[in-house]
Design a protein around this ligand. Sequence first.
Ligand SMILES: NC(=O)c1ccc[n+]([C@@H]2O[C@H](COP(=O)([O-])OP(=O)(O)OC[C@H]3O[C@@H](n4cnc5c(N)ncnc54)[C@H](OP(=O)(O)O)[C@@H]3O)[C@@H](O)[C@H]2O)c1
Length: 337
Amino acid sequence: MATTNRGWVLESYPLGDDFDAALKLRERPMPEPGPGQMLVRSQYLSLDPANRGWMIMPTYIPQVPLGDTMWGFVLGRVERSNVPGFAPGDLVSGFGAWADYCLIGAEMANKLPDLAGLPLYAAQSLFGLSGGTAYVGVIDIAKAKVGDVFVVSGAAGSVGSLVGQIAKLKGCTVVGIAGSPEKCAWLTAELGFDHAIDYLREDIDARLTALCPNGVDAYFDNVGGPITNTIAKHMALKGRIVLCGSMAKFSNPGPELDLGPILLNRVTITGFILIDHFDRLDAANADLAKWLAEGKIKHKADIVDGLENTVTAFRKLFTPGAPHMGKLLVRIDPTAN
Ligand SMILES: NC(=O)c1ccc[n+]([C@@H]2O[C@H](COP(=O)([O-])OP(=O)(O)OC[C@H]3O[C@@H](n4cnc5c(N)ncnc54)[C@H](OP(=O)(O)O)[C@@H]3O)[C@@H](O)[C@H]2O)c1
């Protein structure tokens, strides 16, 4: 086995989206698993908008310290294990690092759900964080129901694309907001969204007025900023807004949300983070697998090959209109399916 390990080291905190200056691909000694840890060989790295938040400030986890290999979710194979229940060769998903090999602690590791012949990446593109966030957000937090007009922003991304499909399954009329004609065509032609609005080329305000004359019953917010400010003005009486993410805060968030229409329409806004709902993941995975088998839901992975391309791929998440649909993953092991 190799004695050194390549990984992206956080050497300075990024200014704006200058990730190239902040993260450097370095070779370091292979880490040794301590008690309660395992050494995992990465198959896929999951690239998530939250990674950027972890670099720049304490969130629901502490800020990543300078000098650490960048933290991230990993799909990998156990090489050596000091964790009961995990043996060399097992597939695992967990909180690891942007590296060829990483340590994963027992409390941060999950066995994969039964993939039943699906490619390994489905553990991230359908199940896990993306599917769990979409499922809990739509069903438990937005409480989507038959007849609702349901709007989702960041609709062509990993969470948003599942959100819209689950809302359709719950009987809603679904409008997706995304940043290119290709993304909008994917949402309506392939995923069954009723409508899609290209926010970089169309007037969201005018389109919502035409598409949702009785207002928006539920809004799943992945982006915040100007898009959310516009949608908030279209909320129906007693509408629900689920705050899931705020992509716009990284660039130009614009003015604060006008709470006037929220008050007048008695709208409920709920902030939601999946870590409070891990007890729902088994139900989410079971329903998502069933819907997939029944042909009622689709998932997509946007796979970039090679650890060395991680930072370039990461930038796509923060580039409105970039060619990225579904779950962004970096394939580390070229033989991974
Ligand atoms: N609360 C939770 O527990 C939880 C869990 C997972 C994810 N999240 C959040 O969910 C959101 C989506 O995550 P994801 O992994 O599915 O990412 P993603 O949607 O696959 O990728 C991010 C997308 O955001 C859009 N975007 C980028 N910059 C933007 C801006 N300034 N304004 C508007 N849109 C912008 C881009 O799509 P377009 O080109 O279409 O604009 C980009 O492709 C993120 O905010 C993430 O932090 C929250």
